[in-house]
Structure formats: C-alpha cells, structure tokens
Design a protein around this ligand. Structure first.
Ligand code: ATP
Ligand code: MG
Length: 199
C-alpha cells in the first residue's frame, strides 16, 4: 500500500475510535480539575480556562491564595472593571516571606470565605482556587471544610484547583488530575521572571 492510502486507513481507524469515545461520554455536569506538579503551567492553564468560559459569556469566580503581594498580570487585568469576573486575592505573599503563621491563617480563612460564597452560587460557571493546595499542606484551612464545599457546589459548576504538592485529598474528589513535570525552567538558567509570561 502506498503512503497516502496507508495514512487514510490509519486516520479512518483513528476517527472511528475518537467518535466512539465521544459517543460514550454522555454525562453532563461540572467537574473538579486539579493541576499540580513542579513544572510551569498550572495557574496559567487555569487562566486559559477562565478566558474560554468568558468566551461563552459565563460568570467566573477566582480566588488566589498566597498571591497578591507581588505584581501579576492577571490581577492587573482583572482588577479593572470586568463585571463577569469575581476576583479575590489573599495578598499575604508566600509563607516564607510572611513568616507569620497566625497572620497567614487569619488571611487564609478570610480568603476562603470568598471561595465558599462562590461555591454556593449557581450563577458562577467556573471557580478557580489558585494555589489552594498550600493552604491544605500547611493546615491553614480545615481540609474537611474545603472538600465539603467543593463537593456540595452547584452541579453545573466546575472548579479548578492549582498548586504543587499537598493536593492528595483533592486528588481523590477531582475528575481530572494533571501533573505538570519540570523538564526545564528558564529561571534555573538565570533568566529573570518575565512580566506576562511568569507573572
Ligand atoms: P504559571 O503561573 O507560570 O502557570 P505555575 O502556576 O505552574 O506557573 P507555581 O508553582 O504557581 O507555577 O509558580 C509560579 C511562578 O514560579 C511562575 O513565575 C512560574 O514561572 C515559576 N515556576 C513554575 N515552575 C517553575 C520551576 N520548575 N522552576 C522555577 N520556577 C518555576
Ligand atoms: Mg501557580
């Protein structure tokens, strides 16, 4: 068989497989996605989904744990007037900067209260809980409370949780779990974090 015919046959077979899988997925409900691992691309992927949702005219809620003390592009954009996005930041910075456990816990609790509200609002199609895994790893938030709020969300609502490590309990309730592997990172070659790319 020549190359063209062989390719056509292989693609035909592939199409049958894909079509069968598409037909088999019939359940309609919101999902929980956990993006974890040591590589770059967890938070930026979450914001990619935010953009997609906005494209369909959906309302989105975003809660960023840890972040807010340093400049970042998504906050610069979202703090302008975007009525379809409900955006909150913990704004304490990294735990190794604050070095204040009680202060961090109080800030985590206050930030979580925004998340809890979003997780009860069925007009919100997507909730992003950026860097939430650290709040569980450091026991800043009570795990059961977090899991229950995610589990009891409106059925059409999806949730994206990001953060390295510490997500084992969320891993269990998540429908989609992806781990970004660190193969290379520019920072390790001495290249400064780039506005818009890394922050
Ligand atoms: P991003 O926000 O770019 O998608 P991320 O959410 O996957 O990254 P975090 O662990 O939240 O990664 O870290 C945020 C910052 O750390 C970003 O500036 C990112 O470029 C940088 N970073 C991510 N992975 C690595 C790595 N393996 N080595 C060094 N820096 C990293
Ligand atoms: Mg991140």
């Amino acid at each position: 068989m020549d190359k063209t015919l062989k390719h056509k046959a292989a693609m035909q077979k592939q199409k049958e497989k894909v079509d069968k899988n598409i037909a088999a997925a019939t359940i309609e409900r919101g999902i929980v996605i956990l993006l974890t691992g040591n590589g770059k691309g967890k938070s930026s992927s979450a914001f990619g989904m935010v953009l997609r949702c906005l494209g369909y005219g959906h309302k989105v809620g975003i809660v960023q744990f840890i972040k807010g003390a340093q400049r970042c592009g998504e906050a610069a954009f979202l703090q302008q007037n975007h009525p379809e996005v409900d955006f909150h930041q913990m704004a304490t910075g990294f735990t190794w900067n604050t070095q204040d456990r009680d202060g961090d816990i109080a800030a985590a609790e206050k930030t979580w209260s925004y998340a809890e509200r979003l997780l009860q609002d069925d007009s919100v199609y997507l909730v992003v809980l950026d860097e939430l895994t650290y709040m569980l790893a450091y026991h800043y938030l009570e795990e059961e409370k977090v899991l229950a709020a995610i589990r009891n969300r409106p059925s059409e609502q999806s949730v994206v949780v990001t953060g390295r490590g510490g997500g084992s309990s969320i891993r269990e309730i998540a429908d989609t779990v992806a781990e970004v592997n660190d193969i290379k990172h520019a920072f390790k070659a001495g290249i400064k974090a780039r506005p818009g790319i890394d922050m």
